[in-house]
Design a protein around this ligand. Structure first.
Ligand SMILES: NC(=O)c1ccc[n+]([C@@H]2O[C@H](COP(=O)([O-])OP(=O)(O)OC[C@H]3O[C@@H](n4cnc5c(N)ncnc54)[C@H](O)[C@@H]3O)[C@@H](O)[C@H]2O)c1
Length: 346
């Protein structure tokens, strides 16, 4: 396959990760970067890639076949629409937009124009998560009854020098927990009710630093989630799953699924079940898998190239991303109302 010509809009933390991964990928090449910051101009020069301050000018001049949108959340709608209007496929970082109605507007525009939009819920490209999904759908766990996920880690103070990360639209619920909510939806189906408490006691920013969340799934299963960006702790997917070298890997489980026949942990993929008798007085057996390690950002680029070629449908469409966003925004809504809320209907 000829390499697909990509542009990156927003060359900050994750934009640069995409450029790094694309450099090593046989299916894509980055031909342009749009980002007005001097640091991004320097980065583009270092990468020997054409640089633009203005993304619209870049789209019209460089005419990429696909665009990776890695700008702050509040810009995703406008940047996404600019791509779609020009017929250019887009990989839009999560959250797809910062409001559900904006995600649906983007989805409508993309469908009307026949342009695919892929949302960057990169974990869906991780073989560990895909294997876990197979375990669940095969019925090995029986009926799923409960799930629990931790997203607890300490972000260095310099991370918060970037203003949008401290303001509404940023914060660990929308930046981090959204991945765990998407993971839960990917494994256990739709979330129909959310109850949450948030706290900003430690960092004191406009956004929360910690949240505790209860979930009810359409299936009837219940879940709990815990996120904190100010806790010194290893129980977080980014730290435990080994997806990126800049996170030293911690050999811990972070996600736990419990069913009537067996339980499953992630990322280790331990399965706990009874093989003789069935009751808490009987011995439990644990079976461990060793899934093939792989970089989900690399696999996501392969998939994006296939999406651009119209050979694969997006693994996470704008509507799918909107459902994850709706459940994530319900965390803030519930915390504000001090009551359970149903995610916005998508
Ligand atoms: N999937 C993941 O693993 C992952 C990880 C981190 C961030 N993200 C998401 O990626 C997005 C970016 O996050 P980040 O941490 O890289 O942010 P960042 O602040 O490090 O980088 C954002 C970049 O966008 C640029 N920018 C702002 N407005 C722009 C515009 N109008 N046109 C072009 N460039 C513009 C800024 O100059 C900056 O360089 C967010 O939506 C975030 O939620 C995803």
């Amino acid at each position: 396959m000829r390499r697909k010509r990509l542009a990156v809009i927003g060359a900050g933390a994750i934009g640069r990760t995409h450029v790094d991964r694309a450099r090593l990928h046989p299916d894509v090449e980055v031909v342009a970067i749009a980002d007005p910051s001097p640091a991004a101009e320097q980065f583009a020069n270092d990468e020997r890639v054409e640089w633009f301050a203005d993304y619209a000018a870049m789209l019209d001049s460089a005419e990429p076949e696909g665009v990776i949108v890695a700008t702050p959340n509040a810009t995703h709608l406008d940047v996404g629409l600019a791509c779609v209007e020009r017929g250019i496929a887009a990989l839009i970082e999560k959250p797809v937009t910062d409001r559900v109605e904006d995600s649906l507007r983007l989805d409508r525009a993309a469908r009307d124009a026949g342009v695919p939009v892929l949302v960057g819920h990169h974990r869906r490209h991780n073989p560990i998560l895909r294997r876990a999904r197979e375990f669940v759908s095969s019925g090995r766990l029986g009926t799923a009854v409960a799930a629990n996920a931790f997203a607890t880690f300490y972000k260095p103070d310099a991370y918060f020098d970037v203003p949008w990360r401290r303001q509404a639209g940023g914060g660990p619920v929308l930046i981090n927990l959204i991945h765990d909510i998407d993971t839960m939806r990917f494994l256990l189906g739709e979330i129909v009710e959310v109850q949450a408490q948030t706290s900003k006691n430690v960092r004191g920013f406009e956004v929360e630093d910690t949240a505790a969340v209860l979930l009810r799934f359409e299936s009837g299963a219940l879940g709990t989630l815990l996120v904190s960006d100010t806790a010194v702790a290893p129980w977080d997917w980014d730290l435990a799953a080994g997806e990126a070298a800049h996170f030293p890997r911690q050999d811990e489980n972070t996600h736990f699924l419990m069913g009537t026949e067996a339980s499953l942990t992630l990322p280790r993929l331990d399965i706990w079940e009874y093989r003789s008798g069935k009751g808490w007085h009987d011995p439990l057996t644990v079976e461990r898998s060793t899934p093939q390690a792989s970089d989900p950002y690399h696999e996501q680029l392969r998939h994006f190239a296939a999406v651009i070629a119209r050979e694969e449908a997006p693994v996470c469409s704008a509507v799918d991303g909107a459902r994850t966003l709706a459940a994530t925004l319900a965390v803030h809504d519930s915390a504000a109302a001090r009551a359970p809320v149903a995610p916005a209907q998508v």
